[in-house]
Design a protein around this ligand. Structure first.
Ligand code: IMP
Ligand code: MG
Length: 175
């Protein structure tokens, strides 16, 4: 594995665990008494979804979606397509989209509106990382793990050309 392309550790597993515990408690409070549909945006959010859901003390249903706007490039193409859709019906239900990173915001902006149009009761976003410098769409996450600088992030689910998702920490790609 080309580890020499990866920079220093920016965020450790212990920091992520602690943040997941805090946000899980917040989500449990905010949705008290409701049945929550947690939607993991594949593939990047897979580790973060696992961390968050452990700390959500609600009746919870999980589901998965795959959206694509990137291909193999570092910059978003701006065109979003749903490659794998939900199995469950979200009509009338509160939905929490769990994402790895909000960069341009184009993907989540599209997905949020798409799920609202299907009649979800509410659609909120829980992201591991927020990169405000990259924002193009008018969207913000309701629950943010960590804010990151304008670097290309890898690790803990985030990839470059499908690699580095398995790193148990968050780092960045050197130029
Ligand atoms: P968007 O630009 O907010 O639409 O981001 C869409 C997707 O691009 C995210 O869900 C990530 O999978 C990916 N992405 C955005 N920024 C980065 C990054 O810094 N590293 C790795 N993947 C990224
Ligand atoms: Mg991705």
């Amino acid at each position: 594995m080309a580890k020499d392309a990866v920079g220093e550790i920016m965020i450790t597993q212990a920091q992520i665990d602690e943040r997941a515990r805090e946000l899980g408690a917040q989500i449990s409070q905010d949705y008290a008494g409701e049945e929550l549909v947690m939607v993991c945006i594949l593939k990047g959010a897979v580790l973060w979804m696992g961390d968050i859901m452990k700390h959500v003390e609600l009746d919870t249903v999980i589901d998965f979606m795959t959206a694509s706007s990137y291909g193999a490039a570092r910059e978003s193409s701006g065109v979003v397509t749903i490659k794998k859709d939900l199995d469950c019906d979200i009509k009338g239900k509160p939905v929490l989209l769990v994402e790895d990173i909000v960069d341009s915001g184009i993907t989540l902006n599209y997905l949020k509106h798409n799920l609202q149009q299907r009649g979800a009761k509410s659609v909120r976003i829980c992201t591991l990382l927020d990169k405000p410098a990259g924002r193009k769409a008018d969207i913000r996450a309701d629950y943010v793990g960590f804010e990151v600088d304008d670097k290309f992030i890898v690790g803990y689910g985030l990839d470059f050309n499908q690699k580095y998702r398995n790193l148990p920490y968050i780092s960045f790609l050197k130029d």
